[in-house]
Design a protein around this ligand. Structure first.
Ligand SMILES: Nc1ncnc2c1ncn2[C@@H]1O[C@H](COP(=O)(O)OP(=O)(O)OP(=O)(O)O)[C@@H](O)[C@H]1O
Length: 812
């Protein structure tokens, strides 16, 4: 962690990329360089997350759309994780530097959007390192070795490490930095997180049993990173100037406390249950097939031995048979020879003469006997060999039987090993199941959080839609005001002449009144307004002077006096009346004049003029003046209460002059924007008159009518949604729907949009559904949904179609 006051080099120390010069690299890059140098892609994985904490909200700098990322703490191990944050595997150092750059760009963009600086947020780099260990030897000696002994005795392990590099926000105190407003809010959050970090450091330094990590998100995040089993390095940055003395001393004190903390670094080894499970599964397969193979081998061997035994027995029988035959032959030959010797001896006795021959024969016979004896000896040797062979075969049979016994005991031990491995397997399965359950719980929690945020997003979307439609309406109003300003700019040019004429008429009138002795009437009228006590006509200024003031209507106001101008509305001279009403209409266009005009009886005078005059110009300009006054909410009620809607409707019914109709429609359209007046407007014939003016067919008139309908429908829809009104739309009661459906595509783009907007607002009210369907409105809604040029109107159409089952079945 880098800690210190703003501008003292935390980011310089921790975050510099040093792309061109490696000696410029900060700790983040150097740390990754070291890690990558001592890891191998075969057994290790290195991944990072990069985040910033601003105003207690955690934002992913690698995926900036992810904000408010939840912090999850494992209740058993105390490990902190951020399941919502992006975790990116690092391929090499260049890849890492690229990610840091993206993170910095996102941090800069996010902070510019929030109008803050980087030093107001905490930046965190989380590096996850994972190593598959060569596997640890299992102590249990009972486990039975199979052919691949070295691998069977080991359990796969994962060595997990986490490196957290934190660039903390500036630690300066609020009172010193003089923060206020949004800055103060920021400073409070920074203070909250750094103060709670300080508290945790104090508690750790004092070996306190309770460490208050829950007080801020920063300390919750760092929970498994300071104290306990982690190794923590704290970098302190200070400003060398004497100005920073107090910050420097508090920073150093903070670090002194931190130095008291004693940590015991502990490696986190975890059984890689997945690999273990795969391995045990493989072992079971292997042992099963090995057992089958051994059994087959034993059966084959037994068959082979039995065959060999049979062969030996056959050979033995053959040898015995041969031996018997030979013995019989020898016996025969022996008895034959004995007979011959006997015969020769008898011959010896009888034939002494042939003694020599006889003795020769005897010698011959003796040699033959010797030979026979030799053969007999050989036979006995042969018998001995036979006995030896038989013995040997017997021994071999015994050996084979012993081997068979060995095989049987080996098979039993294999079976035992198989059972034990199966037990291991089921244990691994149980642990795996346990891990799956934990993963399921985390998933459940995540989906709950997701649901919660989805409903919040929906709510925000709804508010956004409403704001969009509000914005669009304001935009339309603005546009119409702009049009009006343009119109008035043109009008003002002609006003220059009007003012001249008016002044002339005013002075003549005064002279006339004075000469007729009625001057007091004007004087008293003027004193009513609290203005000049005595009307003093000023000398008429030159054309050049007035021309210099022509854009400053307020000056005319001051110069002539409002009460005097209003008095001229009652002049008997039509020309004067016309000029006066034009000036009043013009003054009424300015917000600041409206209140005074009404206060000084201008509204009454205008309404009287509308009622009594037969002149078209008077009607047109008066309606325009009333339209201007009707822009102001507080005047709308006055106009209505004094029968304004009736008078306007009356004028509309008597004329076909498009300019007059445009003014009248504009005035009624403004009154439509006040939901409280809707019923009265209907009763006084205002809505009927507004809709009746479509007969003119003039684009400017139709534009005002469409604006009025949109104002009306929008306010009505709002009143219904807020529960202020119920029932069918008053517009529908006045048969506006047929005209809207028939004409929604025939006019200019802005008029069309007003009609579409009105239509969509009417469709939000269930009570209007029947009429909307019977006038072919579903088709119209679908058309708006597909074709309208404005997104907020399309959204309104979609909302109406989706929320009303009658519409949905109508579509089908
Ligand atoms: N050791 C240094 N050598 C040269 N320049 C430095 C050094 N330390 C900081 N600077 C420079 O001082 C300025 C402020 O530094 P840096 O932005 O790192 O401060 P910081 O403590 O992170 O500030 P903050 O809390 O406002 O983010 C930078 O322009 C930086 O380049």
């Amino acid at each position: 962690m880098a800690y210190g006051q703003t501008g003292t080099g935390k980011t310089y120390t921790v975050g510099r990329l040093g792309k061109d010069d490696p000696s410029e690299r900060g700790i983040m890059v150097r740390a990754l360089e070291d890690i990558l140098a001592s890891t191998s892609s075969r057994s290790d994985s290195v991944a990072i997350s990069y985040l910033q904490l601003y105003l207690e909200s955690l934002q992913d700098l690698l995926a900036p759309e992810k904000t408010n990322i939840p912090i999850v703490e494992d209740p058993k191990t105390g490990e902190v994780s951020l399941p919502g944050a992006a975790v990116v595997d690092i391929r090499n150092l260049d890849h890492f530097v690229e990610l840091l750059q993206i993170g910095e760009a996102n941090r800069h963009a996010a902070n510019t959007k929030l109008n803050t600086e980087s030093s107001r947020s905490h930046a965190m780099l989380v590096v996850h390192i994972q190593r598959s260990l060569k596997e640890k030897e299992e102590n249990d000696t009972s486990s039975v070795a199979i052919s691949d002994e070295s691998s069977s005795r080991h359990i796969p392990l994962l060595l997990k490490s986490k490196l957290l590099i934190v660039d903390l926000a500036g630690s300066e105190r609020i009172d010193k930095s003089g923060s206020e407003g949004h800055m103060l809010e920021e400073a409070k959050f920074i203070n909250l997180s750094l103060t709670s970090l300080g508290k945790c450091i104090n508690a750790l330094a004092e070996n306190s049993p309770h460490i208050p990590t829950r007080d801020s998100k920063l300390t919750r995040l760092l929970r498994d990173s300071f104290g306990g089993t982690a190794r923590t390095s704290l970098i302190i940055t200070i400003g060398p100037s004497a100005r920073h003395y107090s910050e420097t001393s508090s920073t150093i004190m903070f670090s002194q406390r931190a130095m008291k903390i004693v940590n015991t670094v502990k490696l986190k080894e975890e059984v890689d249950y997945e690999t273990l499970y795969r391995k045990l599964e493989y072992q079971v397969d292997y042992l099963t097939s090995e057992l089958d193979r051994q059994q087959k081998l034993r059966v084959n061997e037994k068959v082979h031995m039995e065959k060999e035994l049979k062969e030996y027995e056959a050979t033995l029988a053959e040898i015995e048979r041969n031996f018997a035959v030979k013995s019989e032959n020898l016996e025969k030959e022996k008895s034959h020879l004995e007979l011959e010797i006997k015969k020769l001896k008898e011959d010896l006795n009888t034939e002494k003469a042939s003694k020599d021959r006889m003795s020769e024969n005897i010698i011959q016979l003796e040699t033959s006997v010797k030979h026979n004896e030799q053969q007999q000896l050989e036979n006995s040797l042969y018998q001995k060999v036979l006995a030896d062979t038989t013995k040997m075969h017997e021994q071999k049979i015994v050996e084979l039987l012993k081997q068979l016994e060995d095989e049987q005991s080996r098979s039993a031990s294999l079976e035992k090993q198989l059972n034990e491995t199966k037990q291991h397997l089921s244990e691994a399965q149980r642990l795996l199941q346990m891990q799956e359950n934990i993963a399921k719980d985390i998933k459940k929690e995540l989906s709950r959080l997701k649901e919660e945020s989805t409903s919040q997003i929906k709510l925000l979307q709804q508010t956004n839609d409403e704001l969009l439609s509000e914005k669009a309406l304001i935009y339309e109003e603005l546009k119409s005001v702009q049009e009006k300003v343009l119109y008035e700019a043109r009008y003002r040019k002609s006003l220059e002449d009007e003012v001249l004429k008016l002044k002339k008429a005013l002075s003549e009138n005064n002279a006339d009144l004075e000469s007729r002795g009625t001057y007091g009437m004007i004087r008293s009228a003027s004193s009513l307004g609290g203005g000049d006590a005595v009307y003093m006509p000023r000398p008429i200024k030159t054309r050049e002077t007035i021309s210099g003031q022509r854009d400053t209507i307020s000056k005319i106001f001051e110069e002539v006096g409002l009460s005097n101008i209003l008095a001229l509305l009652r002049s008997e001279d039509l020309d004067v009346q016309i000029h006066a009403v034009k000036v009043v209409a013009n003054l009424a266009a300015e917000d600041i004049n409206q209140e005074r005009i009404v206060e000084e009886g201008g509204l009454d005078a205008l309404l009287l003029l509308l009622e009594t005059s037969e002149n078209t110009t008077i009607h047109r300009v008066t309606a325009g003046a009333i339209a201007n006054l009707a822009m102001n909410g507080s005047n709308q009620g006055l106009i209505m209460n004094r029968g304004g809607a009736r008078l306007l409707a009356n004028v509309a019914s008597k004329t076909d002059d498009p300019q007059t109709l445009r003014m009248v429609a504009g005035a009624i359209a403004n009154l439509c924007g006040n939901e409280k007046l809707h019923v009265m407007l209907k009763e006084d014939g205002g809505i009927k008159a507004l809709l009746g003016m479509v007969r003119s067919g003039h684009n400017d008139v139709i534009a005002q009518i469409a604006r009025g309908i949109a104002n009306f429908a929008k306010c009505e829809s709002r009143a219904i949604s807020q529960g202020h009104r119920k029932g069918r739309s008053l517009l529908i009661e006045e048969n506006a729907l047929n005209w809207m459906v028939a004409n929604s595509t025939t006019f200019s783009a802005s008029t069309r949009r007003h009609i579409e907007l009105a239509f969509c607002h009417l469709a939000q009210n269930e009570e209007n559904a029947r009429e909307i369907i019977s006038t072919g409105g579903i088709k119209e809604l679908v058309r708006i949904l597909q074709e309208s040029s404005r997104e907020d109107i399309r959204n309104l159409a979609k909302k109406a179609l989706n929320s009303n089952p009658l519409f949905l079945s109508g579509i089908q």
